[in-house]
Write a protein that binds this ligand. Structure first.
Ligand code: SAT
Ligand code: MN
Length: 581
């Protein structure tokens, strides 16, 4: 169909990598960075209109529209293919087709899955080599089976008018054309490990989630693991690489994953999680020695930078770098830039692509075929108002409700307006490969299927004062919140009930070495029932979009919340009377 000039079967060797890099330097797909300062590092500039995921061009193509649900764009499979076939027709003429077998998950794990991506982008091949396990590991895992995901990708002409990312869950296939950007083009990531995997997970009794996995060893030497779902560009990579503050000695944090978790019931009645990826595709701006030294150090070698600024000495720069803005640089599009230029030097969604093995805090369990047992699940988002720093769900069903009603201010990780509040259940709105009503039902079933499900918490690092200043320092200090969460999981940790869930008392958050006033911490933990009234109507409207697919238990949780809020608002002398509601 695509009529390439040449076909290369990738085996994943170093020699192959060097050949492809050399070709990229000739074609301009890569720019060599200063090899003395940054050995093995290169920079890629994408097409200016191809810098983020394009959700409006992403489709789930199931035979029945209802199976894709109101959360996905839908086309019938035949119609989708009829639309894409002419676009792929001859799309690789004059180009090389790379055939890339890859494994999602550790070698030797029964949870791991194989894909084969066909692509005409060398940048995609080099990125897949970092983000997945490419070559023999995949072929060994596959053996003589034909159970692999068919991933077809072509840059096409990179025009958004001819760009589509189409998923065919019923035949385990993805067709993507017109974009070279991460989530649109590295098909092992969002397309396979989330959209198609979530579909499979529903069928097979597990969960494919947009979650980081973080290991925490407490000063007593006890090892814990938490998984956390946050929308794109809300700090998952920073949390996954958390650096305990100096004032909290004895804590060690280890990184298992920063973006995707596959969770399965274990024989011990717990939920176990593994990271199917082999690298990190993180947001660059804001990454510094100060905010995330682990990430900053990790990207000093063998890293592909995308859409950052370039300094005259051949090193990259971005907003939030430790170094001050350079007097002269080239911006992410290669145009001359200086500090008085009106545009940002690096694109807000500029990215690094780095092997996981370069992360100094990588967990020794990273490659464990069984994964790690999860103590707590966090749902987080960007919310300036209303949502407290942390609160705890009373049950798995309540926790599922907290995930289902998650909303967040939008970021630069997807095209569209930034800072607009939108619903993003479980941070999976762009990634759930089937009807989210059925997905919530699957979550409820999964909780019921394990004897000791993780405890569920809602967190919000992003609450601000009225004049827009962040109240919470975030980054390493998030450990103070995690410490309380782990205490709650162990059955202690002080909390007070509120209409929305259990909230820590002022003295329950460890503030040793942190300068934060009682007033500010109170503001962070405050639950104002009056503010929550307006949330209820939005939840109802949202739930209604799923019709019959929404499990009744979700409506029950919503009604209970409404009652608790009403009780909290009603003056005490009226409580206990029949108000006729
Ligand atoms: O979708 S990407 O994987 O490119 C980045 C993100 O939004 O998480
Ligand atoms: Mn993500």
């Amino acid at each position: 169909m695509t009529i390439p000039d040449r076909i290369v079967y990738c085996e994943g060797s170093e020699a192959e990598k060097h050949t492809i890099i050399k070709e990229c330097l000739v074609t301009g797909e890569l720019i060599e960075l200063n090899q003395k300062a940054l050995p093995g590092c290169y920079m890629h500039r994408s097409a200016p209109h191809d810098v983020a995921r394009t959700e409006h061009l992403t489709f789930v193509c199931t035979a029945r529209k209802d199976d894709a649900g109101p959360n996905n764009n839908w086309q019938a499979p035949d119609a989708a293919k009829a639309r894409l076939t002419p676009l792929f027709g001859g799309s690789m003429q004059g180009r090389t087709m790379y055939v890339v077998p890859f494994l999602m998950g550790p070698a030797g794990s029964r949870f791991s899955k194989v894909g084969v991506e066909i692509t005409d982008s060398r940048y995609v091949v080099l990125s897949m080599r970092i983000m997945t396990r490419v070559g023999q590991a995949a072929l060994d895992h596959l053996g003589t089976s034909d159970a692999f995901t068919r991933c077809l990708h072509s840059l096409g002409d990179l025009s958004p008018a001819r760009r589509f990312i189409m998923h065919f869950p019923e035949e385990n296939a993805v067709w993507s054309i017109g974009s070279g950007y991460g989530g649109n083009a590295l098909l092992g990531k969002k397309c396979m490990a989330l959209r198609l995997a979530s579909w499979l997970a529903k069928k097979e009794g597990w969960l494919a989630e947009h979650m980081l996995i973080l290991g925490l060893q407490d000063p007593q030497g006890k090892q814990h693991y938490v998984a956390g779902a946050f929308p794109s560009a809300c700090g998952k990579t920073n949390l996954a690489m958390l650096m305990p503050p100096a004032s909290m000695p004895g804590w060690t944090a280890t990184t298992v994953g920063d973006d995707i978790a596959w969770l399965r019931p274990g024989n011990d009645g717990r939920l176990w999680a593994l990271n199917p990826e082999a690298g990190f595709f993180g947001v660059v701006p804001g990454t510094s020695q100060r905010t995330n030294a682990t990430a900053f150090n990790m990207i000093q070698r063998n890293t592909i930078y995308t859409n950052v600024a370039l300094r005259p000495d051949g090193t990259p720069w971005w907003e939030g770098h430790d170094d001050p803005a350079p007097a002269h640089a080239l911006d992410w599009q290669g145009r001359p830039w200086n500090p008085s230029s009106p545009n940002k030097a690096a694109h807000p969604n500029s990215r690094f692509t780095t092997p996981a093995t370069q992360c100094a805090t990588l967990s020794p369990e990273f490659d464990n075929p069984e994964g790690v047992p999860i103590d707590a699940i966090l749902f987080g988002a960007r919310r300036q108002r209303r949502v407290p720093l942390v609160y705890e769900a009373g049950s798995w069903a309540h926790g599922t409700f907290l995930g289902a009603t998650l909303s967040s201010e939008t970021t630069a990780a997807a095209t569209g307006k930034v800072g607009v509040l939108r619903r993003d259940p479980m941070a999976m709105l762009p990634f759930c490969g089937y009807n989210m009503g059925d997905y919530f039902a699957h979550w409820l079933e999964m909780g019921a299927s394990v004897a000791k499900p993780p405890q569920i918490f809602r967190v919000n690092w992003f609450r601000t004062t009225d004049d827009g200043k962040f109240l919470w320092p975030g980054f390493g200090d998030n450990l103070r919140v995690l410490k309380w969460i782990l205490e709650r999981c162990e059955g202690h940790g002080k909390a007070v009930p509120s209409a929305i869930g259990a909230v820590p008392t002022l003295d329950a958050i460890d503030r040793k070495g942190l300068e934060i006033s009682d007033d500010d911490l109170s503001a962070l933990l405050k639950v104002d029932p009056a503010e929550w009234v307006e949330a209820l109507a939005g939840q109802e409207d949202f739930f209604r979009t799923f019709g019959e697919h929404l499990p009744p238990a979700m409506w029950d949780e919503q009604k209970h919340l409404a009652h608790r809020i009403e009780d909290a608002i009603t003056p005490h002398d009226l409580q206990g009377r029949d108000l006729g509601t």
